[in-house]
Design a protein around this ligand. Structure first.
Ligand code: NDP
Length: 285
């Protein structure tokens, strides 16, 4: 068997075209969706992610306002800036690029963003509402994964989904969303005993442990759907994931590549949440 590749790049392109149409029609009603991004310090990886988000916003017709702030900024000043953005009518989404310098509490910063503008879906109110199955901004990577599965009409109902990883931004929320889709979910982590015994039972395997190419064909059941969340740079400069793609493709029915898989979907769902937030302000008027 050779797996069908689920291209996040292609799906992201299709969703971004739809978003362009939506922002154009919002503009006709006088609303320009606006995303504020706060970048603290000069971490090159964070700066590059922010540039990527800025470019994607512009292409989708979303105004992007990036504030580049000194690493020495105090927590109080940063919290005040977030408060200003919470009040700014032209801003519909606020994103604080993580990680933050160690003198700033990430928890306080995440909680300072209004849940109505928390397009990253990290605020405890949005996380809680997601778990309760209520309206919430969904965390972008897990949301993107669910959209990728939907794009292939893969029914999740009654399927066994195994998530490897339990971080707050990927593992835990994706496990919750899979549960919401009526999958039976197992969530594995670094203390899980005999990982393979779990992953080999997966109809849907989500690899999000942040360990380079550690999921081999031996971890995968014949015909499983494999979603690779990991991103790692190899010594030759190329990108790879948590999964050994070539050998996994021979066993899986569907698989996502790295690059061009989950990555482009993450930014796209951020754009989608920002447009959704702008639409919600319209219904509140
Ligand atoms: P974290 O490091 O925060 O979490 C990793 C998780 O994997 C932890 O829960 C950890 O368990 C678990 N884990 C570690 N080693 C093992 C192991 N040997 N067996 C089973 N579980 C293990 O990572 P993130 O969730 O933030 O990210 C995961 C990967 O996804 C990274 O490569 C990251 O770069 C990538 N990523 C990609 C995104 C995209 O857009 N494509 C977005 C976000 C992340 P424990 O909790 O016990 O420590």
């Amino acid at each position: 068997m050779t797996a069908e590749v689920i291209s996040g790049k292609e799906l992201a392109g299709t969703i971004r075209e739809t978003l362009k149409t939506e922002t154009a029609s919002l503009k006709e009603k006088g609303i320009v969706p606006g995303l504020a991004v706060l970048l603290v310090g000069d971490d090159p990886a964070s700066a590059s992610y922010v540039r990527g988000k800025e470019k994607a916003c512009i292409e989708a017709g979303i105004t992007s306002e990036v504030q580049r702030l000194e690493a020495s900024i105090t927590e109080e000043t940063l919290l005040n800036k977030i408060e200003e953005l919470n009040r700014a009518a032209h801003i519909h989404g606020i994103l604080v690029q993580l990680p933050l310098p160690s003198h700033i509490s990430e928890d306080k910063v995440i909680e300072a963003v209004s849940p109505k503008k928390d397009v990253d879906g990290f605020h405890p109110v949005n996380v809680g509402n997601m778990v309760l199955g209520r309206q919430a901004f969904l965390s972008c990577t897990p949301y993107g994964i669910i959209e990728m599965l939907r794009s292939k009409n893969l029914s999740l109902e009654g399927k066994h989904a195994v998530v490897v990883g339990r971080s707050n931004i990927v593992g835990k929320p994706v496990a919750q969303l899979l549960l919401r889709e009526n999958a039976t979910v197992t969530c594995c982590h670094s203390r899980t005993r005999d990982l393979k015994q779990h992953t080999r039972q997966a109809d849907i395997l989500i690899a999000a442990a942040g360990m380079q190419e550690f999921i081999s064909a031996d971890h995968i059941k014949d015909g499983a759907v494999v979603i690779d969340v990991g991103i790692h740079r190899k010594e030759d400069g190329s990108l790879t994931g948590d999964v050994l793609f070539e050998e996994a493709s021979k066993k899986a029915s569907y698989i996502t590549p790295v690059p061009g898989g989950v990555g482009p979907m993450t930014i796209t769902m951020l754009l989608s949440n920002t447009v959704e937030s702008a639409k919600r302000t319209m219904s509140r008027v």
